[in-house]
Every structure is written in C-alpha cells, then in structure tokens.
Ligand binder design. Sequence first.
Ligand code: RIB
Ligand code: CA
Length: 313
Amino acid sequence: MTARPIIIDCDPGQDDAVALLLALASPDELRIVGITCVAGNVPLDLTQRNARRICELAGRAEMQVFAGCPGPMVRPLKTAEAVHGESGLDGVDLPDPTMSLQDRHAVEFIIDACRSAEDGEITLCPTGPMTNVATALVQAPDIRRKIREIVFMGGTAINPGNTTPVAEFNVYVDPHAAQIVMQSGIKLTMLGLDVTHKAITTPKRLAAIRAIGSPVAEAVAGMLEFYDRHDIERYGMPGGPLHDPCVIAYLLAPDIFMGRDCHVAVETGSELTLGQTVVDWWGVTGMAPNCHVVDHVDSNAFYGLLIERLGRF
Ligand code: RIB
Ligand code: CA
C-alpha cells in the first residue's frame, strides 16, 4: 500500500500538536508532503514556531513547515490563549526550533504541491481556521481537481458551539474561508464537535499515554493536562475533547468513525449566528449533500490507535 500524500494545515495548539505527532508516527499510511501553518489558536508567528518545535520533538527536522495567512479572509483574528496558553503549547517546555521555516508562503506551497500532483492525489487536512486552504482555492481554482479530499476539524451539527452558542472555533474565526471550502465541490469530510466531544482524554487515557514513558509521550501528557483544564471546567467532563487528532485518525482508521452525508453551509452574515455550520442532518432542504459529517467514534479504538502510534517514537 502506498502512503497517502497529505498536507496538514494547522494552528498548534496542543491538539494540533498531537495530530501532527500521530501523522508523523504513521509513515506507512501517510506521506506528509508539507505542514502549513495559519493564525488561529495563537498568532501565526507562534503557530509556525510550534509546528517546528513539534517536528523536532518527533525527530523530524527535515519536514517542510510553511507560514501562511496571518489572519482570516474578512474577519479580525480571534485567538484562544485562554485555552492554549500564551505560547499556544503551554504544558510542555520545548526548546526554540532550530529547523528552518520554509521561505514560500503556505498558500503558494499548497498551490504548487497540488499543481505538481496527479489528479485526485492530495488530501488536505485543515485543523485550524481554513484561511490558507480557501485562499489557495480562490487563487488557483485549477487545483480543485488535484485534491482527493479535504478532511477537516471544524464546525458542529447538533452539539452546541464552543465559541458561540452555535459556532465552533475554527469555523467561527474564518467563516468566509469555511464557506468557500463548503462550496468548492471537493469531497469533504467534517470532524466537528459532534464527534470530537466523544473523544475525551479521561484520566485513565492520560495515564496510559504517560505510561509510554518516552519524551514524546511525556510532552503529549503535559500538553493535554494543560489543555484539558479549560474544557473540564466548562463542560464538567472527566477530560478534554481531543479535536484535531480525529482528522488523522479518520485517515488511518475510518472504520472506527460513523457519520452521514449532509448539505452543510456556513453562516457568514449574522452577528448572532456567525460561523454556524448549518448541517441539514435530516435532509429537510432537499439540497444535495456536499459533506460527510462525522458524528461518532469508537473512543476506545481511537485512544488505542493514538497510544500505539505515540509508542513508536
Ligand atoms: O474547536 C476546536 C478547534 O479549535 C481545534 O482545532 C483547536 O485546535 C482549535 O483550533
Ligand atoms: Ca487546531
């Protein structure tokens, strides 16, 4: 089996970091063509720095990391230091990166990588606001045919929002970008809060990660311990939802997930419901589905996969 070529577009962020590590630990299944960074959880200068810190933690300083858009397409940037800490990776003390940041803008890299690929070859994996991806699609509409699928963390169908009562952070930060992706005609798979809130890092699962005993596992445990506190307090759950790794796990083990094809549109005008992913779960509009919306995961299988892969470092 040849490894599936992917581009991870992220805003590390502790959960983005775990998603990167899960992908880096899976070279037989996934070939990371490049890692592109976007402003989101923290500003761009930190997300690109954090992506490089995680690559070096994983011993993968050869990875190509690109900085992209410093803010959303239309809206002012909203960041989430209250969740992720000032650095975006609070909970672990990683050294400043020594690997270089690539000179090309992330959007230019996405376009170049798609144009040099075969039709339907590249899978884009956004785990932050979709500003880079949408900008690439606007600048180079021709790349649509080169993209096999966009598997993204964002939105929510039935689960309440985590940023407003109806909106999830990634889509709320850049709703215009999300709507461009929704209207792109590209095969889309949405891993929103409906599924990620079923992937809870309970104390038992956190202990199992720490018990791996490697520097990588210790770093992951420290990051998640810090990152989870906000959601534990907010939701009263026994742990925090592990959002972004669901994107990578879906590529590695799609059978542990369940969902349905729906029509999805993004609210970009209303101040009250800005960034809401309006998911036609029951098909009441008669509009053709444009997105596979995932709403369930076998969480024991998910954490089993994550722990097995983290154990490979
Ligand atoms: O709403 C959760 C998403 O917002 C995750 O991708 C997290 O990293 C933040 O970007
Ligand atoms: Ca993210």
